[in-house]
Design a protein around this ligand. Structure first.
Ligand SMILES: [Zn+2]
Ligand SMILES: [Zn+2]
Length: 237
């Protein structure tokens, strides 16, 4: 079977947050018709994901102010709470990597590099692990194609092994700096692919420059962040 790996990234200014995403394009090609239309779209990416199972988060910090395990646990609580009531998700924190399906991990640039994460991506990076080997289970699956104003949008169910990296260059040590980045990356991990272009929005790619810690929400059908992701959870979960 012919396969292609698609990578979707974001580029930035002084601060950088990257989401890398890989899919089997063959799965997309297999589904030609949009099942229904969505009423809004607030991302520069044509992909969106959702969780339909309890999310179990493990936090692994490092010995740096702002990125200690207790800091990360606080960011995880706050970041998932932003979305929890809107999406109806169940989120808990667990005490081991093996019990988790989302890991929030702080690493230095050397460790990031060793893990195959280019430190050049900036301060945050969300990896939805995808194994291209058919002998093992993938971590996301193509579910549907929906239509937004006549253009296709690709819906995936995410079911595990998402790793969020907060990448330290040793310069930034305040929780004020890291928390918005963690909130932004957690939103990616919940299925919010891509970015928007509003400086005052959490899903702007240069979030670290503006420190936004809230979601825009004009209600159902409006071009804001909450309805963008909520419409998918409402329909599929
Ligand atoms: Zn991002
Ligand atoms: Zn926006």
């Amino acid at each position: 079977m012919k396969k292609r790996i698609k990578k979707v990234g974001c580029i930035f200014l002084s601060a950088v947050i990257l989401l890398i995403f890989s899919v089997h394009s063959s799965a997309q090609e297999a589904m030609v018709y949009a099942s229904h239309s969505v009423s809004t779209w607030h991302s520069d990416d044509a992909i969106i994901g959702y969780w339909d199972r309890p999310i179990r988060v493990y936090c692994e910090g490092m010995s740096q102010n702002g990125l200690r395990t207790a800091n990360l646990q606080s960011y995880a609580t706050g970041g998932f709470s932003l979305w929890q009531s809107h999406l109806g998700i169940s989120v808990s924190q667990v005490s081991s990597w093996s019990a988790s399906n989302v890991v929030l991990r702080a690493v230095d640039t050397t460790t990031a590099s060793n893990l195959g994460v280019d430190p050049g991506v900036g301060h945050g990076y969300t990896r939805l692990l995808f194994d291209d080997d058919d002998s093992t289970e993938d971590n996301m699956t193509a579910v549907d194609i929906v239509s937004y104003r006549g253009t296709p949008k690709y819906v995936y169910e995410i079911y595990g092994s998402v790793v969020i990296y907060l990448i330290s260059n040793g310069v930034f040590t305040s929780t004020d700096f890291w928390q918005p980045i963690a909130f932004h990356e957690i939103s990616h991990a919940l299925g919010y692919y891509g970015h928007c272009f509003h400086q005052a929005h959490l899903m702007n790619a240069t979030i670290a420059d503006y420190g936004v810690e809230t979601l825009s929400n004009g209600g159902s059908g409006t071009d804001t962040e909450v309805p963008h992701l909520k419409q998918i959870y409402d329909y599929y979960t």
